[in-house]
Every structure is written in C-alpha cells, then in structure tokens.
Design a protein around this ligand. Structure first.
Ligand code: AP5
Ligand code: ZN
Length: 218
C-alpha cells in the first residue's frame, strides 16, 4: 500500500495515519514529525526549521524533497509507505512524480476551517512517536499521558490560534492546488496515476477510520 493523506492542518491526517500504517504494516512518512525531531535534536536543519514552523510558514521545497528522498532509501519503505503532510506544494508533488515514486491512492480528508481551530486548541501530542490526542474528542486514558509509553503529552508550539490561522491560509494558497493536481491526474488515463479518494473528516475518529478503510478498497 502506497498512499498520500492530503488535507488541511488539523484534518486528522496524523490520527488516521496511525491506524492505516498499523493495518498495512507500512511506515508513516510525516515531514512534520521529521522536522519536529530535527528541532528537538537541535540539528542545523532543526534550528532553521523551527523559526519557520513557529510562524506557520513552509520549510523550503529543496530541504523537504531531500529529507523525503533520503527517507525513501530506508529498507522499511520497500513494501509501501504513507505520506502525511507531504507533498504540500506543486514542486514537491512534481519531485515525487519525476522520481517515479509509486502511489496507489491519494486520500483527501475534507474538514471546514471553522472546525479546525477547536481541534487544534485541544490537541496534545506524544513528541517521540507523533501520536496525537484531543482533550475532548480523542482523550488519552490518563489526562496528559501517552497511552502506550506512559510519557507526558505536550502541546505543539504551532497550535496557537493565530499560527493555526496562518497555517490555514498557507494551506489554501500552496497545498489546496494539489487537490486539482491529483484529481485531474487520476482522470487522465495515465496508468501510473494514483486513484483519488475524497472523504469527509467530520465525525468520530472511528467513523473516519471506516471511511478511510473503504476508500482504500479497489
Ligand atoms: P505538520 O506536522 O504536517 O502539520 P499539519 O499539516 O499542519 O497538520 P497537523 O499535524 O496540524 O494536522 P493533522 O491533519 O495531522 O491532524 P491530527 O491528526 O493531529 O506540519 C507542521 C509544520 O512543519 C508546517 O506548518 C511546516 O512549517 C512544516 N512542514 C511539514 N511538512 C512540510 C512540507 N512537506 N513542506 C514544507 N513544510 C513542511 O488531528 C488534529 C487534532 O484533532 C488532534 O487533537 C486530534 O486528536 C483531533 N482529531 C482528529 N480526528 C478527529 C475527529 N474525527 N474529530 C475530532 N477531533 C479529531
Ligand atoms: Zn499531523
């Protein structure tokens, strides 16, 4: 299984990715998680990326494309992968296409902007794994503690309301064009084109998981 999860910040990409990667035994390639790991390790890339991420802007295409290229060389990507938060611009999608990285599906999770702010303000994450929870909609068994490791959960630095609003406008301008990009490719008759699936991200986490699993059937 080789797929892209597409959707605005807070659509639930990371939440659903956890189920899909477990079900299909494939790695999750989340450029956001990779960048946050670099920030935590204080690498030169991390120090540079932090400034951009804290404003809600995008890290440069060259850096992201390089990161993903290296990640795809790892042996665990041999039998499939799930991209979460990548590609996010037309040049990133073109880089994937030009490198002939195989894709079966592009799944778009649709959530309106007014629902997103509420989701972000209650989000709590487990930094080491990228697992995310919501204080109200998807609470951990013990408040502020990761279910699996028992580690403390934290709030993401870019989940401030003002930053979320900026991330949404960046999504509208730079990432949303990928909806057209992939849906028209799917209709072009090109045998290499991934199938395009669109589903509503409104409902419970379980309801959306069902929709995603349905979408991944031939
Ligand atoms: P990234 O980490 O990719 O953030 P994002 O795309 O903005 O998406 P989020 O992680 O905020 O949302 P999500 O869809 O994963 O939602 P989640 O499942 O957590 O990127 C961060 C930054 O890194 C970017 O701003 C940029 O600077 C940089 N970056 C990353 N990739 C890049 C790239 N390719 N190019 C350039 N720059 C890049 O859910 C959100 C909340 O909602 C959680 O609290 C969750 O519990 C809750 N929730 C989930 N499902 C439901 C539901 N059904 N009902 C109610 N609540 C729900
Ligand atoms: Zn995410």
């Amino acid at each position: 299984m080789r797929l892209i999860l597409l959707g605005p910040p807070g659509a639930g990409k990371g939440t659903q990715a956890a189920f899909i990667t477990e079900k299909f035994g494939i790695p999750q390639i989340s450029t956001g998680d990779m960048l946050r790991a670099a920030v935590k390790a204080q690498t030169p890339l991390g120090l540079e990326a932090k400034k951009i991420m804290d404003t809600g802007g995008l890290v440069s295409d060259d850096i992201i494309i390089g990161l993903v290229r290296d990640r795809l060389q790892q042996p665990d990507c041999k039998d499939g992968y799930l991209f979460d938060g990548f590609p996010r611009t037309i040049p990133q999608a073109d880089a994937l296409k030009n490198a002939r990285v195989a894709l079966d599906y592009v799944v778009e999770i649709v959530v309106a902007e007014e629902n997103i702010i509420e989701r972000m303000s209650g989000r709590r994450v487990h930094p080491a794994s990228g697992r995310s929870y919501h204080t109200k909609f998807n609470p951990p068994k013990t408040p502020d503690i990761d279910d699996i490791t028992g580690d403390p959960l934290v709030q993401r630095d870019d989940d401030l309301e003002e930053t979320v609003r900026h991330r949404l406008s960046v999504y509208r301008e730079q990432t949303r064009p990928l909806v057209d990009y992939y849906s028209s490719w799917a209709q072009s008759g090109d045998a290499d084109a991934p199938a395009y699936r669109q589903l509503s991200g409104l409902g419970t986490v379980e309801e959306i998981r069902e929709r995603v699993l349905q979408a991944l059937k031939p």
